[in-house]
Design a protein around this ligand. Structure first.
Ligand code: GLN
Length: 284
């Protein structure tokens, strides 16, 4: 048996569950397993394979058929054109989150001329802090995540891009105030917090609700609790804040931000015209 035979069998298997992207996914799985790049793939199709290799690749196809996200099987994800490690304890990067990073890249130079302190709430794989640390080489970061897995994944991702300016804190952001409250400088906060209302979690696709960490998705009854807590925690310091939010949430968030003294500077719409990224400040 050669790789091409295996390829065909895997396509048939995946097609019994999925309609889209089947050939693409099989190619990704095979390239991942045999550690080959796109250039070598066609050539590789003619290679003979062992029974073990055959079994292992079918195993990968079966994981995918059980709706495990492709990026978890491959162990990495692309974000802002760079490759990052991901694993089942961290959320897979979403294209909407690129809008959050782009908004931060755009608005930070309007408020800071050089060095600044960035804070991230719920860093997951670390991609947001890392992208911004790469863009702003004078910035230093205190990034928080309450779960175990993110610290390992984010540390590895930071090493991959030689980033040493981020202090990954395995702790609850809402217990972190003593670490930054003495600053008399304007601080920058970025977050893609959990924002799905608890009752809507069951509506998420199987690949999300059965495989991705719910703690990174569950925004409580209204989906808005994290935003309220963030503005409340940050109100006594001066902040520039960029946040990702969910569908139909922007107006409520803007309203209670104003109750805590924050005004909305920008609203960025995503590809579905949903207001997805909001920027606030309470600087006088
Ligand atoms: N955008 C993610 C999703 O729909 C949710 C991310 C989040 O809650 N921060 O799966």
């Amino acid at each position: 048996m050669v790789v091409a035979d295996l390829y065909r069998q895997m396509v048939v298997l995946l097609r019994s569950v999925f309609t889209d992207n089947v050939e693409f996914e099989v190619e990704c799985l095979l390239k991942h397993y045999f550690k080959i790049n796109s250039a070598g793939f066609t050539e590789h199709l003619r290679m003979k394979i062992s029974y073990n290799q055959y079994q292992s690749c079918l195993e990968l196809a079966k994981r995918r058929m059980a709706h495990e996200p492709l990026d978890y099987i491959l162990g990495n994800s692309e974000f802002m054109g760079r490759l990052y490690d991901v694993g089942s304890g961290v959320l897979i990067p979403r294209s909407e989150t690129e809008l959050l990073v782009q908004e931060a890249q755009c608005v930070i130079p309007q408020f800071f001329s050089s060095a600044f302190m960035g804070i991230e709430f719920g860093f997951g794989s670390g991609i947001i802090s890392i992208e911004l640390a790469l863009t702003f080489s004078d910035s230093s970061w205190l990034s928080f995540d309450i779960s175990d897995e993110p610290v390992k994944v984010a540390t590895k991702n930071a090493q991959r891009y030689d980033i040493t300016s981020i202090d990954w804190k395995h702790m609850d952001f809402f217990e972190s105030k003593s670490l930054w409250q003495d600053s008399d400088q304007l601080l920058f906060l970025v977050a893609n917090p959990p924002y799905i209302p608890t009752k809507d979690l069951k509506l998420l696709h199987k690949s999300v609700k059965n495989h991705e960490p719910l703690i990174a998705l569950d925004g409580g009854e209204s989906g808005l609790v994290m935003y309220q807590n963030m503005f409340s925690l940050c109100q006594d310091n001066e902040f520039l804040i960029c946040l990702e939010c969910g569908i139909n949430q922007s107006e409520s968030i803007i309203n209670f931000a104003s109750e805590f003294g924050f005004r909305c500077l920008n609203k960025v719409f995503d590809y579905q015209q949903i207001p997805r990224v909001l920027t606030f400040t309470n600087q006088i």
